[in-house]
Design a protein around this ligand. Structure first.
Ligand code: GLN
Length: 546
């Protein structure tokens, strides 16, 4: 039977609870313990797919096509697993399921209540994942912070689990923030005490408290938290802010977290082997030459909107022993100030996914700049649409080619709705989602990057390349280097007379892992690193004869 680790958060959100959960998974996996992970999101949306990136950050797409919380991306990257829809549960899903059962008559005669109906439905999701994954340990993160109104049913459900599956099979971890007061130059524990009190009020006594802080945590502070929160001294684990998220498993392990979990849950474990992580972190922290990459998008004020893209760039750079100097460029600023002003020093340009017309012309200008100046370009989904529109405007000698997403009456609809999307009315969960096969064309940049002919990649879109324009754009130099196996959908396209301008209809960023960069990102950085731009200095040869 699976054992459960429930992770809650206190004081404030955005303190790295997801990374902590991913790191606990990494530590357990390094001891040969099998793990699965689940994120509980208390909001009433069924999934984050209908939310603006400004509300939620990136929507992470699983192989089976679920639109999920970005924390799942961190779980996948850290634990190196491919998760499924079952790993993200929202209040919206829970309430929809309970109400559907009520309408069906499953509870005839009963009054439907949060306890037990909603909490039972939540617990079913825990058990379903445990059963399906056959993992020895299921780690479950409760989104939000303790005390949030909408999080209460989840907390009640995790409380009940202690009785349901037995005390020895459940562990509660609380991740909290110790704020620093500049005036007195000290870290404060009171907010942690309050949030632990809030947990206790609903019947949960944390077994482990992980203390996030921007400053070193003294022994005195640990003693105080141990005393006031009634947690073993060694179970108060400091987690200071670090320069790379990939260091977190090492820090937690150093503080004895792995052994603590193994002991508390009586797990059978091998000795820890985090040598690969150690190596990864050593490389990440070593000074490396920079590659200037410009990310031109619509939601650049919120970096979390492109979480996986940024990580994939870092993974790729590390492969080439380089670091990324990432410039976030608002596509509207390109419209206003011109591409040269903003992209002059970029050795590579990436245009990621997005929805809606705002900033589109700036992205098109960006693609034009990359094409004319032979700057490596990687387009992801919307970034591919933009590249196709720009190339069509050039090849057809008209300013009118467009996607019907932005101009429904364009005479050149080079990007158009997928046929199966034409009659869809509901917006939630109805895009072309998840893994689809893509056949690569030998001799192309894409085929050479992947080194194989058939690949599966994750999708999230409604619009696609309009085949009507394949011959004309093909004659002008566009290469259709990846197609669906029936040849009907353009999955990857690139330009023949350009060093590396490659775009894909899918989202390769979701498949990149530290240590295994995605092939398209790897080759994009591989070529970008050797491009010389304004202000860049070629490295001086250090020969002994000098
Ligand atoms: N808006 C485009 C579409 O729906 C692109 C989507 C994306 O970039 N994920 O097809």
């Amino acid at each position: 039977m699976a054992k459960y680790i429930f992770v809650t958060g206190g004081v404030v959100s955005s303190i790295g609870k997801g990374i902590t959960v991913a790191s606990i998974g990494t530590i357990l996996k390094s001891r040969q313990i099998t793990v699965s992970v689940q994120k509980l999101d208390p909001y009433l949306n069924v999934d984050p797919g209908t939310m603006s990136p400004y509300q939620h950050g990136e929507v992470f797409v699983t192989q089976d096509g679920a639109e999920t919380d970005l924390d799942l991306g961190n779980y996948e990257r850290f634990i190196d697993v491919n998760l499924t829809a079952e790993s993200n549960v929202t209040s919206g899903q829970i309430y929809s399921a309970v109400i559907a059962k009520e309408r069906r008559g499953d509870f005839l005669g009963g009054t439907i209540q949060v306890v037990p109906h909603v909490t039972t439905e939540i617990k079913e999701r825990f058990k379903k994942l445990a059963q399906r994954s056959q993992a020895e340990v299921v780690i479950i993160e409760v989104g939000g912070t303790v005390g949030d109104i909408e999080g209460q049913p989840f907390l009640e459900a995790i409380r009940q689990m202690r009785n349901d599956v037995g005390r020895d099979n459940v562990l509660y971890v609380h991740v909290t923030l110790l704020p620093y007061l500049t005036s007195t130059q000290e870290l404060k524990t009171k907010p942690t005490q309050h949030s632990v009190n809030e947990l206790r009020r609903i019947g949960i006594q944390p077994d482990i408290i992980i203390c996030r802080s921007d400053y070193p945590i003294s022994e005195g502070i640990r003693d105080k938290i141990s005393l006031f929160c009634d947690v073993d001294r060694q179970a108060v684990i400091p987690l200071p802010t670090v320069s790379t998220i990939y260091e977190v498993p090492l820090l937690l392990e150093e503080e004895g977290l792995g052994q603590l979990v193994v002991d508390k849950l009586s797990l059978k474990a091998q000795p820890t082997d985090l040598s690969q992580w150690q190596e990864l972190v050593t490389c990440l922290k070593a000074p490396r030459e920079l590659v200037n990459i410009a990310l031109v998008g619509k939601y650049v004020e919120l970096k979390d909107a492109y979480f996986s893209v940024r990580e994939a760039l870092y993974h790729a750079a590390l492969y080439h022993n380089r670091d990324i100097n990432l410039t976030w460029v608002a596509s509207e600023a390109v419209e206003r100030d011109g591409s040269d002003a903003l992209l002059r020093s970029a050795q590579g340009i990436i245009v990621p996914g997005g929805f809606g017309i705002r900033g589109i012309e700036g992205m098109i200008k960006t693609a034009s700049y990359a094409r004319n100046n032979e700057i490596p370009y990687l387009g992801l989904c919307l970034g591919m649409h933009v590249m196709v529109i720009e190339f069509a405007r050039y090849a057809l000698g008209s300013t009118e080619p467009n996607s019907t997403e932005f101009d429904a009456s364009t005479p050149y609809p080079v990007i158009d709705l997928l046929p199966e999307q034409k009659n869809i009315e509901n917006k939630g969960g109805t895009m072309r989602l998840g893994n689809y096969p893509c056949q690569l064309v030998p001799g192309s940049h894409a085929a050479s990057a992947y080194g194989q002919s058939l690949v599966y990649e994750r999708h999230r879109h409604r619009f696609e390349f309009n085949n009507e324009f394949r011959p004309r754009l093909g004659e002008a130099g566009m290469v259709y280097s990846g197609l669906s196996p029936d040849g009907k959908l353009v999955e990857v396209c690139e330009l023949a007379n350009h060093p590396w301008m490659v775009s894909c209809q899918f989202h390769p960023e979701f498949g990149s892992r530290p240590g295994h960069p995605h092939p398209l990102f790897r080759d994009f950085i591989g070529i970008a690193k050797d491009i010389l731009r304004e202000g860049a200095q070629p490295p001086l040869p250090l020969s002994p004869s000098l």
